[in-house]
Design a protein around this ligand. Structure first.
Ligand SMILES: *[C@@H]1O[C@H](CO)[C@@H](O)[C@H](O)[C@H]1NC(C)=O
Ligand SMILES: *[C@@H]1O[C@H](CO)[C@@H](O)[C@H](O)[C@H]1NC(C)=O
Ligand SMILES: *[C@@H]1O[C@H](CO)[C@@H](O)[C@H](O)[C@H]1NC(C)=O
Ligand SMILES: *[C@@H]1O[C@H](CO)[C@@H](O)[C@H](O)[C@H]1NC(C)=O
Ligand SMILES: CC(=O)N[C@H]1CO[C@H](CO)[C@@H](O)[C@@H]1O
Length: 389
């Protein structure tokens, strides 16, 4: 989902709360696994047992203080969730003295930020997740311009290029690999990371709304890019799973609705067959995709169709973002029921929220808080997924 970066209230980091979270983990008696999450057919595994991916998104974690990271991850762990997906990118063109950014761009040169408000803030997210027994799925760049993303690489390295230049320009691909060296390399041996994602919602087409001629809307451009970047990650980090981070568009003949139609340049079924992508990802936002009038049933079918692709590919597939603004309890209950009955591997809601020291965590209209009506349904769904296995 598009995250409202500019609206995030950012606070200065407080430095001393970390011991607090470690103590809390110990008090709850969590035996943190030292193993890496792997796949086995359509399941995830950890330490020889099935690993259940019942989770949430919290893209903003690294932008918060240690104490607030701990509050958020504590709520998530206490809800029985196991996985958190978050942003491992923030590309800026001028330094900032709050939150976290990992690359500072100037005149086409990117500097990885090992200083203040830099990668140590992501260390804090990883350490807190570990203390709470959670695993992280980390996206490494953004289709959208929030937190920099692909458009910064293009404007810095190929001025005048289109959004799609990100997937094809050799200098940009080299720069993205350089970022991967720094970010992925730092955590290559860290088992709290469950998976790397090549991008949040990669697509052809940029701000003009239509794909440039450089991007094949039937899928070959992004497929080639996904194949190259995923195998690159595997070459420097053989421990972690890798996924695309896409919305899961099908590209079928006679599409029943728009998300099944060719056009955005991503072919879910096709990409799932790429050997260096370990699991499939898809999102569900029927209200943004022209399906408001039929959103619950449309989403049920969308889940069923991805579960069928999962079985055909014999790889795990997760519904890694989903949200509606209306009738959340009813819609999510039916969607979760379909997750369980279809055999879909797992799901991550967009997005569990918390009451932070600065107020409620960022809410783009989809956030669900511990005191709200969706939260207990989410807790039951996590328990039900664990019971299903
Ligand atoms: C993972 O990284 C965090 C942050 O640097 C660190 O606290 C933790 O000990 C690391 N865990 C493992 C298992 O390497
Ligand atoms: C991808 O990002 C571009 C640039 O930020 C944005 O204009 C575009 O709408 C996004 N593409 C889609 C269709 O999701
Ligand atoms: C998408 O991939 C599927 C499976 O490989 C294939 O049948 C379909 O023709 C592809 N769609 C397009 C538009 O290439
Ligand atoms: C709603 O979506 C479902 C699943 O795709 C479909 O079977 C049904 O015909 C749709 N109903 C309407 C009114 O469009
Ligand atoms: C890069 C890659 O592995 N592409 C594969 C995508 O899927 C089709 C079949 O659906 C294969 O033919 C391609 O080789």
């Amino acid at each position: 989902m598009r995250s409202l970066a500019a609206l995030v209230a950012l606070t200065l980091s407080s430095l001393s709360f970390f011991s607090g979270s470690l103590v809390r983990g110990a008090v709850l008696g969590r035996q943190d696994s030292t193993g890496f999450v792997t796949t086995s057919g359509q399941k995830f595994s950890l330490d020889g047992e099935d690993f259940i991916a019942a989770g949430t998104n919290a893209y903003w974690l690294a932008q918060e203080s240690d104490a607030d990271i701990d509050i958020a991850l504590s709520d998530i762990a206490n809800a029985g969730l196991t996985v958190v997906r978050t942003w491992g990118f923030n590309d800026v063109t001028s330094p900032q003295n709050y939150g976290a950014y990992y690359q500072l761009w100037s005149d086409g040169v990117a500097t990885f930020n090992t200083g203040d408000y830099g990668i140590s803030r992501f260390d804090a997210v990883v350490a807190s997740a570990e203390a709470h027994g959670l695993k992280l799925i980390v996206a490494l760049t953004n289709n959208w311009s929030d937190y920099g993303g692909m458009d910064v690489y293009v404007s810095q390295l190929s001025p005048g290029g289109t959004h799609d230049t990100f997937y094809t320009d050799g200098t940009i691909i080299a720069a993205y690999k350089n970022y991967i060296d720094n970010f992925v390399g730092r955590y290559a041996d860290n088992s709290t990371i469950m998976a790397w994602e090549l991008a949040n919602e990669p697509r052809c087409s940029g701000s003009t709304g239509s794909a440039s001629s450089a991007c094949d809307t039937s899928g070959s451009t992004i497929r080639a890019w996904a194949s190259e970047i995923s195998s690159y990650i595997k070459s420097i980090d053989s421990n972690h799973l890798v996924a695309l981070g896409d919305e899961g568009w099908f590209e079928v003949a006679n599409p029943p609705t728009y998300p099944y139609a060719p056009g955005v340049g991503v072919n879910f079924t096709d990409n799932l067959s790429i050997e260096t992508l370990d699991f499939g990802t898809f999102h569900s936002y029927p209200e943004s995709w022209g399906q408001s009038a039929n959103e619950t049933a449309w989403g049920v079918q969308w889940i069923a169709d991805h579960a069928a692709a999962q079985a055909a590919a014999n790889k795990p597939v997760i519904l890694e973002e989903f949200g509606v603004m209306t009738n959340q309890v009813d819609t999510y209950t039916q969607w979760w029921d379909e997750v369980f009955s279809s055999g879909l591997t797992g799901d991550l809601i967009w997005q569990a929220g918390s009451q932070l020291s600065t107020g409620p965590s960022p809410d783009d209209g989809f956030a669900v808080y511990p005191t709200g009506t969706v939260y207990p349904v989410m807790e039951s769904a996590a328990a039900a997924l664990k019971a299903r296995g």
